[in-house]
Design a protein around this ligand. Structure first.
Ligand code: PHE
Length: 506
């Protein structure tokens, strides 16, 4: 039995946690989500989601991993034998996310290269959709692997694999220590350049002009919770896994606050940079800012190349800077999305870390090939939508209910946090996790499901068969898969009780 791995220092853990949180979600998702959901007024649901749900759940996940010292399934099992499946569910959610997340990083890597000499030309939309992705007409024909996508994707997989193979301390921690400071410097450079461009202020105006009428719309709240959870990497077993590698005496409350605020600060700055740049583009093209805003893949890969084209000077350099930032931000998140699966697999199958890394990365690479076909973009969009809403948010809700009501574990977990932390977590924490958040989340999920059924995702752009299989079908398959994994027996060392395990050198 290998010794349980550990972070070298608390700052290493915080950097890894921040590295997981700061990712593609902060750069291409957050700015658009803010714009789409009421601009400045979005700050209200965002902050409510952050303080009533996300930060309390972040601390809960830290506490579970740190107290129970295992992967997500093992930690949940040690809370109660009936809870193991929820850990597997979250592991499966993070596995599904990584299979497409890696493909987006692959696109960003390609675009870092295309930036040199702005190879995307003037028509950036047809370059992205027709030339690079080679999007097909019919979803179900898939139309073969696109090598220009698969090759960079394999490259990124290889690098991530290498980091994970080196282990928690010499791999994940080291990569986060190098990439996080670099990322912050890159973002600051980019933000300064963006807000000093002509027209930048018009962009910020659009971003921050509050539309309070949207606050009554449940979709806006759904978006806020979805954004905050995705951005902080919650409900995916990651924080449980990462905190299980902490030394016994490690401050949890303080680390959670730092990670939460660093992540929000980063996305706030990213939104300013992105909207400053959009304001500039609108002025160049003589149109309203609202006409150039776009979301997700389109914002980064169609609109941004346009912005780079319009830059007064150093176009290639800023292109490399922007897409390089996306690659670096995505990289440490990708590493974190794989770690829950690796640690869970290692414990349950009783194999070495390296063998688990081989299995999980190998499997992940195989699945991600599906997104490099001509239907890749649609597939990615569907899976992303469903897994976020009904994977992350739903699994977090179920976890809160099981822990707060069924297992009655909130008090012991709070005692645990307080026994190691400087800042003491008050009763409010329990109130949030037991009453407020489950209520709000249940309401949002129920009304969100109803509106999803009434208006199928994608405005009719996707066949219902695709939504049923890769949307609802996948969500259900993950839950069934979680129960099946729970049924498999544990190797003797892991099922022995906790004190027993500590004697073995954990
Ligand atoms: N938080 C990361 C991002 O914002 C990625 C991530 C999402 C990680 C969901 C885990 C779970 O891009």
């Amino acid at each position: 039995m290998e010794q349980k791995e550990q972070w070298g220092s608390r700052s290493g853990f915080i950097l890894a946690a921040v590295g997981s949180a700061i990712g593609l979600g902060n750069i291409w998702r957050y700015p658009y989500v803010v714009y789409e959901n009421g601009g400045g007024a979005f700050l209200l649901p965002y902050l409510i989601a952050l303080f009533t749900a996300a930060i309390p759940i972040l601390l809960m996940e830290y506490a579970i991993g740190h107290k129970k010292r295992g992967s997500a399934p093992l930690s949940y099992k040690r809370l109660s034998d009936r809870f193991e499946w929820i850990g597997w569910w979250q592991v499966l959610v993070s596995f599904v996310i990584i299979t497409y997340y890696m493909v987006i990083i692959g696109w960003a890597a390609s675009y870092t290269y295309f930036s040199m000499g702005t190879q995307w030309g003037d028509d950036t939309q047809s370059f992205f959709l027709s030339q690079y992705l080679n999007v097909g007409e019919d979803f179900w024909s898939f139309g073969g692997i696109q090598w220009q996508i698969l090759i960079p994707v394999i490259l990124v997989w290889a690098l991530v694999y290498w980091v994970l193979h080196r282990g928690v301390n010499r791999g994940i921690e080291l990569a986060s220590k190098i990439l996080m400071p670099l990322l912050i410097v890159l973002l600051i450079i980019f933000t300064i350049r963006a807000i000093t461009l002509p027209g930048a202020m018009d962009g910020l105006d659009v971003l921050f002009t509050p539309d309070f009428s949207k606050m009554l719309n449940t979709d806006v709240w759904f978006a806020a919770y979805g954004q905050v959870f995705f951005s902080l990497s919650l409900g995916a077993g990651i924080m449980i896994t990462y905190s299980s590698y902490l030394k016994k005496k490690s401050d949890l409350a303080n680390s959670g606050m730092i990670a939460g605020l660093a992540n929000s600060g980063f996305e706030f700055l990213a939104a300013i940079a992105v909207f400053g740049a959009l304001g500039f583009l609108a002025v160049q093209q003589n149109v309203a800012v609202t006409e150039v805003v776009s979301s997700g893949p389109m914002l980064a890969f169609v609109v941004f190349p346009n912005i780079i084209n319009a830059f007064p000077s150093l176009n290639s350099l800023f292109g490399v800077l922007f897409f390089g930032t996306l690659v670096f931000a995505g990289f440490t998140s990708a590493v974190s999305l794989l770690e829950p699966g690796i640690s869970a697999f290692k414990e349950k199958m009783n194999i070495s870390r390296k063998a688990a890394v081989n299995w999980i990365c190998g499997l992940g690479l195989l699945v991600s090939i599906a997104y490099t076909t001509r239907s890749g973009l649609s597939l990615l969009d569907i899976v992303d939508n469903f897994v976020n809403k009904f994977g992350i948010l739903f699994s977090a809700l179920v976890a809160m209910i099981l822990i707060g009501w069924v297992g009655k574990q909130l008090n012991p977990l709070r005692d645990h946090i307080n026994s190691v932390s400087d800042i003491q977590v008050g009763k409010w924490w329990i109130v949030m996790l037991k009453f407020i958040s489950p209520l709000i989340l249940s309401y949002i999920l129920i009304s969100g499901t109803i509106s999803e059924i009434n208006e199928p995702y994608g405005d009719g752009g996707y066949p219902i068969s695709a939504l049923s299989i890769f949307g609802y079908g996948l969500v259900i398959a993950l839950i069934i898969g979680a129960f099946l994994l729970q049924m498999k027996k544990w190797p003797p060392i892991q099922s022995s009780d906790e004190k027993e395990r500590h004697k073995h050198g954990a």
